[in-house]
Ligand binder design. Structure first.
Ligand SMILES: [Zn+2]
Length: 96
């Protein structure tokens, strides 16, 4: 892209916005470049604006109600099994 336009885009982006240099984290807020190449005044890292579009990932997929019920049933079953084994162990200890 043409240098002057790049600088104008960068300056518009930095105006009133706290932006950290990607290399040294220097605050680039309100930075202007005049006609100079856009670099970080602290570390000299070249600066450029990149624009990307990302697809909205949307809400996480819902689990089926049937799967939810199966999960709850398995949890209850395992709790019951632990209780039964604990009772059996106690009973065996008493009988021994
Ligand atoms: Zn820097």
């Amino acid at each position: 892209m043409e240098g002057g336009r790049d600088n104008a885009l960068l300056e518009a982006y930095f105006r009133g916005r706290r932006v950290a240099c990607p290399k040294c984290s220097y605050n680039l807020r309100d930075l202007t470049f005049g006609g100079e190449a856009p670099v970080c005044p602290e570390c000299g890292h070249p600066l450029e604006v990149l624009v990307s579009l990302q697809r909205n990932p949307g809400p996480p997929p819902r689990r089926s109600p049937r799967l939810e019920r199966a999960d709850k049933t398995l949890l209850k079953l395992s709790i019951v099994l632990v209780a039964v084994f604990a009772a059996a162990a106690t009973l065996l200890k008493l009988l021994a």
